[in-house]
Design a protein around this ligand. Structure first.
Ligand code: NAP
Length: 271
């Protein structure tokens, strides 16, 4: 077993978790974890100081270490959550133990590379959470499968075990659509504003529409996306007209092209 079990409470495995890099995604994971229970002992690296201090002030099981190495020394499972550009320098400065389990969130580094820089850590996992883990609504794909990672992320939305790194690239590319999703909402809202609707009315309207439609999309709903697209258009109707127009403009085929480019970038970055 790759984690030190320090306590059992109500069947829940209590772990010593560490974070190297206390930024947006680390904060979202900690928020989600602490909403589930506050039994894990969580140690944060000192940067970003404001984010770390805020988390430590809000959650009694979270503390800030003086150095990155002190995070490792106080943890059994270590999340690697720094930006790719600085990852190599940060990781090579750390001394891992054989019993460490490193969970890398860094988008663009391979499992082989991670095993090398975290040696002699016995277990290494790549995971790709999204910020909605904070609200426990985040699907987190990870590779290779591991029960500890499953147990940590399943309560934060859904934990999805992947079979190979190629599949991991596809899931990582999928997460690159998040900003475009919001820009899509913005395009509808700002068009309404340009057509005389108050911003204060357009924003909540579009937001509610997308949330309502999104209720059809979850795993529990079990609906095919293509079937929903067909269901939400009437022959000769307004939705059909927009869908046909956007399709003819190449909007949807361009989504595929954009994701192809992301996948290529991910593969190139870790070559
Ligand atoms: N955001 C997402 O949705 C998401 C999702 C999945 C994976 N990821 C991956 O997660 C990683 C972090 O992303 P992020 O969005 O959380 O970025 P971020 O908000 O910029 O967080 C990175 C953190 O690393 C800190 N840092 C900088 N130098 C450091 C050092 N030498 N030692 C320790 N920490 C240091 C930064 O502190 P300062 O602010 O003081 O520089 C910052 O708090 C990236 O590799 C990204 O690919 C992100």
């Amino acid at each position: 077993m790759d984690v030190v079990l320090i306590e059992w409470a109500q069947g829940m495995q209590i772990m010593r978790l560490g974070f190297i890099g206390t930024g947006a995604i680390a904060a979202a994971i900690i928020e989600g974890l602490c909403a589930v229970d506050r039994d894990h002992a969580i140690t944060l690296s000192p940067r970003n100081a404001d984010v770390a201090a805020d988390l430590a002030a809000r959650f009694s099981n979270v503390r800030v270490a003086a150095t990155n190495q002190a995070v490792l020394d106080a943890s059994d499972v270590v999340f690697l959550a720094v930006r790719p550009q600085i990852a190599d320098g940060v990781l090579r400065a750390l001394r891992f133990r054989p019993d460490h389990h490193a969970i890398s969130l860094i988008a663009a580094v391979s499992l082989d590379y991670l095993k090398e820089v975290t040696a002699p850590a016995s277990t290494v996992t790549r995971a790709v959470p999204i910020p909605t883990v904070a609200q426990r609504q985040g699907p987190t794909a990870f590779f290779p499968p591991h029960p500890t990672v499953k147990a940590l992320f399943e309560p934060l939305g859904t934990a999805i075990e992947l079979d190979n790194e190629s599949e991991f690239h596809a899931f990582t590319a999928g997460t690159a659509m998040m900003a475009s999703y919001f820009q899509f909402a913005e395009a509808i809202s700002s068009w309404m504003v340009a057509n005389g609707v108050a911003h204060e009315k357009a924003q909540p309207y579009v937001g509610q529409m997308l949330v309502g439609l999104g209720g059809n999309l979850g795993a529990a709903a079990g609906r095919e996306f293509a079937a929903l697209a067909a269901e939400y258009q009437t022959r000769g109707g307004l939705n059909e007209q927009v869908l046909n127009f956007l399709s003819a403009q190449g909007v949807f085929s361009n989504v595929s092209l954009a994701l192809d480019a992301i996948k290529e970038r991910l593969i190139r970055a870790q070559a």
